[in-house]
Design a protein around this ligand. Sequence first.
Ligand SMILES: Nc1ncnc2c1ncn2[C@@H]1O[C@H](COP(=O)(O)OP(=O)(O)OP(=O)(O)O)[C@@H](O)[C@H]1O
Ligand SMILES: [Mg+2]
Length: 276
Amino acid sequence: MSKLEKALEKAKQTRDTGTDADTVVSGRPAPAGPVCLDPDYVHTRICKLDEASMQKEGLLSPYCHPVIMEQFNLVKSKLIDRMNPDGYRSLLVASPKQDDGKTLTAVNLAISLTRDKTRTVMLIDTDFRRPSVTGYFGIEDGRGLYDHLSESVPLSELLINPGIPRLTILPAGTIKDHPADFLSGPAMHSFVTEVKKRYTDRFIIFDSPPLLAFSDGFELSSYVDGVLMVIRSQKTTSEDLKHALEILKGRRIFGTILNRVSKNGLPIKDYKKYYK
Ligand SMILES: Nc1ncnc2c1ncn2[C@@H]1O[C@H](COP(=O)(O)OP(=O)(O)OP(=O)(O)O)[C@@H](O)[C@H]1O
Ligand SMILES: [Mg+2]
């Protein structure tokens, strides 16, 4: 094979797997110390950030309540503290039942992680039962992971940057049938292996369906370094939580988040009155 043919072949492989092709960091020499990442998205589809939708959906933004921002800062810091020493980079956001707040937590955590300019995040919608990650960003549903697994659609055609620097989304895609079979199958296995190998520095967050309703959450937990468990205030019972933790027995739990605490339960109510 000539040099040109080899180069073309390499470019084709890169394109087909979506690897390297997703983001290209500007070609400046890397300075010493933490590197601020501001990737140029070459192949990733870039969507315009819909700030009105972000606000409506309760996403972290300059307009959200500062206490919520601070709570996510705390969650992020504690999580990094737990993950960094061991080089962990992937996590599953799970909860016992539906509507506990998994997706909103996964999305806000992803946004929070990207606010430090040294970090890039990939948020993967592995909830094939009720996909909703793109909806939170006001992006229409389209092809995604399911299409990659079932029809080998290249990742480079599926990844989306929702207008937030350093954040890449992989939507769930057009789900046909037997989602659980896909999650435990060889295609999913090689997808996860490839993504982890290719993006060693990137935080990878998986969203999931309720643990008590489907086996998907358990399947997905085998691909990640650990699980973040969401508990819904005033709704998740201790029995639900016990059952969910039994399902995940043997898996690493990074921590739990108590979601939907009432306003009266917030640590500081009149934040703006006392602090800058
Ligand atoms: N902390 C919160 N405060 C207010 N509303 C919230 C909060 N967390 C979640 N919600 C709302 O609750 C609903 C369900 O949230 P979300 O989609 O995150 O749940 P889920 O656990 O992912 O549900 P499913 O199991 O169906 O995927 C959404 O309308 C979301 O906006
Ligand atoms: Mg969800």
